[in-house]
Design a protein around this ligand. Structure first.
Ligand code: JCF
Length: 688
C-alpha cells in the first residue's frame, strides 16, 4: 500500500505471475486511495503520487491485457460508444418523494405518521440536502460494481454502466469486510457549480452549445452513448440509501446505513444530520436555506427521513413514494415569464449591457422584473426575441439571468433585438474593442452615464463608503452640472445640496459630514474606488500590500506590476494605462489635496505581517465590526481571507450565528477564534 515502496519505473523483465501480483497490488492501492480521497475526504498521498500509481497500472495492463480486472481503476477514461442503452429492471423499485412547500406541510407529515404509528414521543429524522441532480442505482456483486442504472419509471431504468464507471467518486469495488454478496446503492449524481462553470466556459470558447444549469449538464453527460465524453465531464455522487440487498444485516437506523455507505467508499453528504424531533427539522431548514448559495452544488430542498428503520418498515409506501420521507422544497430558482422589452444600459467602463424587462415573476424567493442579457453574443446564443416566453434563473445573490427561450411559445409578432450603434446616453458610437464580447460607448468621460457610474462606484460601501451619497443623488448632481468627476465631490457644500430632490438641510449636512469622514481611508479602498479596469477589491488590496505607497504603484512598469500575486498582463496593462493618463493623475492629486489620506498599509512581505502565508475564514456576523472591516484588517496583517473552510485553512473566526463553516473547522481540527479572541488579536496588533 505504501507508494514509496514502488519503483519509479517498472522493470522490463516481469514474469507473468509477477505482473499479476503487481497488478493486484496496484489495483488494491488505487481503490484504497480513492476511498481515502472521496469517501473520507482525507487523502494519504498527493495527486501526483496517485497518478504515478495509475500510470504504472496502465502500463502493466497494456503489456498484459488479459490480466486487466473487471474493476480496474484504469477504466475511468471510458470505452467504445454504445448504439443504445439497454433497459434494466431494478431489484427493488426506486422511489420518488412527496413534496412539502411549507413548515405546516412538514408538521402535517410528522403528525400523520405519528398517528399511524400510534407514536406519542417525538420522532427523530435524518435531514439531508436534496441534490438537484440525477438519481442512479448502482449494483454491486461480491463488492464489484457490475451495473449502473437511471431511475427510469422507478421499476426499470436505462443501463448506464459504462458512464457511471467513469465517475471518479463512484467506487468500482466496495471497501471493508462487511460487503454483501449483492447490493443496490442509491445516490444522486451531480455536477458541481465550479465544474459546470468550467465546462460551459470551455463550450462557449469553442463555439459549442452550453448547458442551462448543472442538473441539465449532469443529465446530458450521463445520457452520452460514448462514455469517453462522460469521462471528461466533472460529475460526482452523493450516496443516500440502499435498495435491494442480500445477506446484509440491516442496521437499526437510516443514519447508520449512511455510515456504512461511507465505509464502503461512497461520498455521503457531510451536511447530513439527525434531528431529534420535527422542530430540529425546521431549524435544519433555516440553516441550510442560509448556506444554500455558498454550497458548490445546486440543491432544491431538504429530505427528511424517519431514522428508525423498523418504523420505516411499518410505515411502508403509498403509490411510488415512501410514507417515511418527505422533500421540503426551497423556492424555485427557475421560472418562466415573458420578455416585455430590452433596454441598453451604459456602465462605468462604457460597456453597453442589454437589460431584459420582464413580466414580474416570483423566483429564487423574490419578485424579479429585470434580468441581464450580458452582451450581443448572449442574445445571439439564446436567439431571444421581444415577446418570447423565457426561463429566468435567480440563484442566490447573483443577478437574474435568462437561461433559455421556450421556442414552442414564440408569438408570431416576436421582434428581434437590435443592438444600438450609438450610445443611448451620449450618442457616441458604440464599438467592440479587440475581440471582446462587450460593446462599449466610445464617449469616455464625455458620456454622462460613464461619469455617473464612476462616481457611484467611488462612493460605494467597499470603496470610499460615503454614507448617503447614493445613486439618485449622484444622478442629480451630475445632471445639474455640480459634479463632473469624483474630484468635485469634496468641494460640495450643504448649500449646493439643499433643494435637490429629498434634500433638506439636515440630510445635506449629513452628506457633507459623510464626505469629510470618508477622507480617512486605506490605500486599498482608494485604489479600488478609482475604478481602474479589472482592479477589484482583492486586486486593490494586493497592489496596496505590495507597493505600500501610491507613488511607487503609479510609477511601476507592467513588469513590476506582474510581480504581484494574481496580477497578470491584462490587469498590469490597465493599471499602467490608468496612471499614464494625465487626467487621472490630476484627479488623484486633487483628491489628496482635498484631504483624502490613508495610513501606510503594512506590507505583506514585511516582518510585521504576522499572519503572512496564513488562510483565514470569517463566519457568522460579527457584532463589533462589519465583515469588510474584519477582512481588511486580516489582510493588513498579511493573511489571505477565503470564503470556505478547507484543509488549507489556518484559522476560523466564528462570530455569533456561525454555521456549517464552524462545524467543518471543528471536524478538520482547525483553530477557531471567537469574536472576543479576534478583537483581542487586533488590539495587540494596534489595528483597533
Ligand atoms: O438528493 C436527492 N435528490 C435525494 C433523492 C435524496 C434522497 O435521500 C432520496 C431521493 C429520492 C428518493 N431518497 C429517496 C427515497
Amino acid at each position: 500500500m505504501c507508494p514509496e515502496s514502488l519503483p519509479e519505473s517498472l522493470p522490463e523483465s516481469f514474469s507473468e505471475s509477477e505482473a499479476r501480483t503487481e497488478i493486484e497490488r496496484l489495483t488494491q492501492a488505487l481503490h484504497h486511495h480513492n476511498y481515502r480521497y472521496y469517501a473520507l475526504d482525507d487523502p494519504e498521498i498527493t495527486d501526483q503520487e496517485y497518478d504515478r500509481l495509475l500510470r504504472q497500472l496502465q502500463e502493466l495492463e497494456t503489456r498484459y491485457p488479459h490480466l486487466k480486472s473487471a474493476d480496474s481503476p484504469s477504466q475511468r477514461v471510458g470505452v467504445e460508444p454504445l448504439s443504445s442503452f439497454a433497459e434494466v429492471a431494478h431489484l427493488q423499485p426506486m422511489l420518488s418523494l412527496d413534496n412539502a412547500f411549507s413548515d405546516d406541510e412538514v408538521s402535517d407529515f410528522d403528525r400523520r405518521i405519528r398517528e399511524r404509528l400510534n407514536w406519542r414521543e417525538p420522532l427523530a429524522y435524518v435531514c439531508e440536502p436534496k441534490l438537484d441532480g440525477v438519481a442512479v442505482s448502482l449494483l454491486y456483486e461480491q463488492g464489484v460494481l457490475v451495473r449502473g442504472a437511471t431511475r427510469g419509471d422507478g421499476r426499470t431504468g436505462e443501463d448506464i454502466s459504462a458512464n457511471v464507471r467513469t465517475i471518479a467518486s463512484i467506487p468500482l469495488r466496495l471497501q471493508g469486510d462487511s460487503v454483501p454478496p449483492l447490493v443496490e446503492v442509491r445516490g444522486e449524481i451531480y455536477m458541481s457549480r465550479a465544474g459546470f462553470e468550467a465546462l460551459n466556459n470551455a463550450a462557449r470558447d469553442s463555439g459549442e452549445k452550453s448547458f442551462v444549469n448543472p442538473r441539465n449538464a449532469a443529465a446530458g453527460s450521463l445520457r452520452q452513448l460514448d462514455s469517453r465524453i462522460t469521462a471528461a465531464r466533472p460529475l460526482a455522487i452523493f450516496a443516500y440509501g440502499v435498495g435491494f440487498s442480500e445477506d446484509w444485516p440491516l442496521p437499526a437506523e437510516h443514519y447508520l446505513v449512511l455510515q456504512q455507505l461511507r465505509s464502503w467508499g461512497f461520498p455521503v453528504n457531510p451536511l447530513v444530520e439527525v434531528a431529534e424531533d420535527i422542530d430540529g427539522c425546521f431549524a435544519y431548514y433555516q440553516r441550510l436555506a442560509q448556506s444554500r448559495d455558498s454550497l458548490d452544488y445546486d440543491i432544491d430542498g431538504i429530505v427528511y427521513k424517519v431514522n428508525d428503520l423498523a418504523l420505516q418498515k411499518r410505515l411502508g409506501f403509498v403509490a411510488r413514494a415512501p410514507r417515511w420521507a418527505i422533500a421540503r422544497k426551497f423556492p424555485a430558482q427557475e421560472m418562466s415569464t415573458r420578455l416585455l422589452d430590452v433596454e441598453f444600459q451604459v456602465g462605468r467602463t462604457g460597456a453597453v449591457t442589454p437589460v431584459a424587462r420582464l413580466e414580474p415573476v416570483f423566483v429564487g424567493g423574490v419578485t424579479v422584473s429585470n434580468a441581464t442579457l450580458h452582451n450581443r453574443d448572449e442574445i445571439e446564443r439564446l436567439d431571444v426575441r421581444i415577446g418570447d416566453t423565457v426561463i429566468v434563473r435567480r440563484a442566490g445573490d447573483v443577478i437574474p439571468q435568462i437561461v433559455k427561450v421556450v421556442e414552442t411559445e414564440r408569438p408570431a409578432d416576436a421582434r428581434p433585438i437590435v443592438f444600438p450603434e450609438h450610445c443611448p446616453v451620449c450618442g457616441s458610437p458604440v464599438e467592440s474593442v479587440g475581440g471582446e464580447a462587450a460593446m462599449r460607448c466610445s464617449g469616455g468621460l464625455v458620456c454622462g452615464a460613464q461619469r455617473k457610474q464612476a462616481i457611484i462606484h467611488f462612493a460605494s460601501r467597499k470603496a470610499m463608503d460615503i454614507d448617503g451619497l447614493g445613486e439618485k443623488l449622484i444622478e442629480q448632481l451630475v445632471d445639474a452640472g455640480l459634479v463632473h468627476s469624483v474630484a468635485d465631490l469634496y468641494s460640495l457644500e450643504s448649500a449646493d445640496l439643499v433643494g435637490l430632490e429629498r434634500m433638506a438641510q439636515k440630510s445635506a449636512d449629513n452628506v457633507v459630514s459623510a464626505l469629510e469622514a470618508s477622507k480617512a481611508t486605506t490605500l486599498a479602498r482608494f485604489l479600488y474606488a478609482l475604478g481602474i479596469r479589472e482592479v477589484g477589491e482583492a486586486t486593490a488590496q494586493a497592489l496596496a500590500n505590495h507597493f505600500i505607497t501610491i507613488e511607487k504603484l503609479a510609477t511601476a512598469s507592467e513588469e513590476d506590476l506582474q510581480q504581484v500575486a494574481d496580477v497578470g498582463p491584462v490587469v498590469a496593462h490597465f493599471v499602467r494605462e490608468f496612471f499614464s493618463a494625465e487626467d487621472n493623475l490630476a484627479i488623484v492629486r486633487q483628491l489628496r489635496e482635498q484631504g483624502v489620506h490613508w495610513p501606510d498599509p503594512v506590507a505583506s512581505d514585511s516582518g510585521s505581517a504576522i499572519l503572512k502565508g496564513q488562510v483565514w475564514v470569517l463566519t457568522g456576523s460579527l457584532e463589533t465590526m462589519s465583515r469588510t472591516e474584519a477582512k481588511e484588517k486580516l489582510q493588513q496583517l498579511g493573511a489571505k481571507v477565503a470564503g470556505s473552510v478547507s484543509a488549507k485553512t489556518t484559522c476560523v473566526v466564528a462570530a455569533p450565528g456561525a454555521g456549517s463553516k464552524l462545524n467543518k473547522a471543528t471536524e478538520l481540527g482547525i483553530e477557531v477564534l471567537d469574536e472576543d479572541g479576534f478583537v483581542a488579536l487586533l488590539h495587540e496588533q494596534g489595528l483597533l
